[in-house]
Design a protein around this ligand. Structure first.
Ligand code: PMP
Length: 408
């Protein structure tokens, strides 16, 4: 696009054109692209399994959140196809007006049971759950307190709220207590990730809950990466710590273990009912399509009936945690199927990921602001459906690239 806009000659184009930032960005982007290390929007030409096809080539996928490998499970696909046959492809409206199907309500009942909460509410994306829930609950007299590494959708939910927003150092209970003390006497909600999406560590939930009880705050857990992965029966971080009765709100996405797209919030029925009537991201957005809803429902059945998938996921995870450590990589505080390999410099991380690609490995890169500056990392994540052979190849490739780039 031409960077010149038609305007009065006396105007300073830099101060008067909101597009100016786009033209500057284009220059920065071109620099990275000309170096051949631009790692985003890579096209995949197949289903998202332990292997994917890119540019006609088979790659080992370690950049997906498909933890249990259910996006390709025959029962999940069959449920989605049958839902399309019965209900068509979309609802053409919001839950609030014309877009509530019987399967939305059935899924809400199933999710409430699954999370052991009174009620649940189905949203169209996980991102919208955090926008809608936080902004509807936090008014001008309330305080919302979040971990500095909480997901972007939580941060944006806070931005949309009219309340006071406070952030504490990642998983740092002293810092959380300092803020809780500072805001004593005020109405407060603490929102945490169950599993942190970049670091791959688990929230110190028993401590968070104890502090919230001490200072009279409500607790909400975003368990996007915990559901299907953690807990005796795959119910997530809250089950892992056996704190179902102590956590007020459990949020989940369908875009990870639940093999679909969408999200939910679960909690006491009065609170869910309020959110249902005041969350703008819920009321003013079309409801999740039938195929997505049916896929989630089938995925929950599989989580309950096939515990061996979760066991295999943890076998794979433990193998990779050990493997990376033995090779001498810095994997920070990782303890879940999300294993970051910290390399530090942004450009080095870009190079690393593109060299992995040449070795037939698809991994993701995370640079600031997704991670703190100087802490660029290769985000790797594992599935129940990876084989030992896949994982050995991944470790071999990391060894080769890590040595070549002087990371190990
Ligand atoms: N919360 C967390 C912790 C996430 O990682 C994500 C997605 N990456 C979301 C919320 C948003 O979920 P969705 O992709 O379903 O919109």
């Amino acid at each position: 696009m031409d960077s010149k806009v038609v305007q009065n000659e006396s105007m300073d184009i830099r101060k008067t054109d909101p597009f100016e930032k786009c033209f500057k960005f284009k220059e920065q982007l071109q620099k990275i692209q000309s170096m051949g290390i631009y790692p985003y929007f890579r096209m995949i030409e197949s289903a998202q399994g332990p292997e994917v096809i890119m540019n006609g080539r088979k790659m080992i996928m370690i950049g997906s959140n498909n933890y249990l490998g259910l996006t390709n499970h025959p029962k999940v696909k069959e449920a989605a196809i049958n839902a399309i046959k019965k209900y068509g492809t979309g609802c053409a409206g919001s839950r609030f007006l014309n877009g509530t199907l019987d399967i939305h309500v059935e899924l809400e009942e199933k999710l409430a049971k699954f999370t052991r909460k009174e009620a649940a509410l189905v949203f169209t994306t996980g991102f919208q759950v955090n926008l809608g829930v936080i902004s509807s609950l936090i008014g001008k007299d309330d305080v919302v307190i979040i971990d500095k590494m909480d997901h972007a959708s939580i941060v944006d939910g806070c931005r949309l709220s009219f309340g006071e927003v406070k952030r504490y150092k990642h998983n740092d209970m002293e810092d959380l207590e300092r803020i809780l003390k500072e805001t004593e006497g005020k109405s407060k909600l603490v929102v945490v990730d169950g599993v942190f999406s970049m670091e791959g560590d688990i929230v110190k939930l028993p401590e968070v809950v104890a502090l919230c009880k001490k200072y009279g705050a409500r607790v909400m857990v975003d368990d996007a990466h915990g559901i299907g992965v953690l807990g005796k029966t795959g119910r997530g971080t809250v089950e892992h710590f056996e704190l179902e009765k102590d956590v007020d709100l459990i949020m989940g996405t369908y875009s990870k273990s639940l093999a679909s797209i969408g999200g939910f919030i679960a909690g006491d029925k009065d609170v869910i009912n309020y959110i249902k009537h005041f969350a703008r991201a819920f009321i003013f957005s079309a409801s999740p399509p039938p195929a997505s809803v049916a896929a989630v429902s089938a995925a929950i059945d599989i989580i309950e009936n096939e515990p061996e998938r979760r066991e295999q996921l943890w076998k794979n995870t433990n193998k990779m945690l050990k493997g990376f450590k033995e090779l001498g990589f810095d994997i920070g505080v990782a303890e879940t199927p999300i294993i970051p390999v910290i390399v530090g410099d942004d450009e080095l991380a870009f190079k690393f990921v593109m060299m992995l690609q040449q070795e037939g490995i698809f991994a993701n890169v995370a640079v600031s602001p997704a991670v703190p500056p100087g802490k660029a990392l290769i985000r790797t994540s594992y599935m129940a459906t990876h084989t030992d052979e896949h994982l050995d190849k991944v470790l071999e490739a990391f060894h080769k690239v890590g040595k070549a780039l002087g990371v190990i």
